[in-house]
Design a protein around this ligand. Structure first.
Ligand code: RB5
Length: 144
C-alpha cells in the first residue's frame, strides 16, 4: 500500500538529516524507502529529486521527503517534475498548510537552515495532515 510508504532522499548536505528522519519514519510505522545518497561524498541534488519523481511516478510511494543544504536547490529540481508538488518548509505551520492547502506530496527540508528538532516536527505534521480540498482543489488543479 503506497500510503504507508515514504521515500526519502538527500544530497550530501542532507545526509545526516536523512538518517534521523528515516528512523522517525520507521518509528511512526512507515516503510521508509531510502533513495540515497549514502554518505557525505559530494553529489548533485537534481539527481535525487529525479529519483523521487521516478518513485512517485511508478507508484512505489505516494509521499516523499527531500533534504539538501538549504532545501532550495532540491525543491527547485523537484518541482520541475510533474508528479511532484514539493514544499520547502522551515517550520511546522508551513508543513501543515503545505498539505492542507497545496496538497503537497513532498516535504523539503534544509539541513543547514532548520534545526533537526524543528525538521522532525515538520515531518510529523506533514504526514498527519489531510488535504482540505474545497476551494483549494481548483487551485491545485491549475498547477497541473
Ligand atoms: C551543497 O553544497 C548545497 O549547495 C546543496 O545542498 C543545496 O543547499 C543547494 O541548494
Amino acid at each position: 500500500m503506497a500510503e504507508k510508504r515514504v521515500a526519502i532522499a538527500s544530497d550530501h548536505a542532507g545526509f545526516e538529516f536523512k538518517s534521523v528522519l528515516k528512523k522517525d519514519l520507521e518509528a511512526m510505522g512507515y516503510d521508509a524507502i531510502d533513495l540515497g545518497t549514502d554518505g557525505l561524498d559530494p553529489v548533485d541534488y537534481p539527481d535525487f529529486a529525479a529519483r523521487m519523481a521516478e518513485a512517485v511516478a511508478d507508484g512505489r510511494v505516494a509521499w516523499g521527503v527531500l533534504v539538501c543544504g538549504t532545501g532550495i536547490g532540491i525543491s527547485i529540481a523537484a518541482n520541475r517534475h510533474r508528479e511532484l508538488r514539493a514544499a520547502l518548509c522551515h517550520e511546522p505551520v508551513s508543513a501543515r498548510l503545505a498539505r492542507a492547502h497545496n496538497d503537497a506530496n513532498i516535504l523539503v527540508l534544509g539541513a543547514r537552515i532548520t534545526g533537526i528538532e524543528v525538521a522532525r516536527d515538520c515531518l510529523k505534521i506533514f504526514l498527519a495532515t489531510a488535504f482540505e480540498g474545497g476551494r483549494h482543489e481548483r487551485r491545485v488543479a491549475k498547477l497541473a
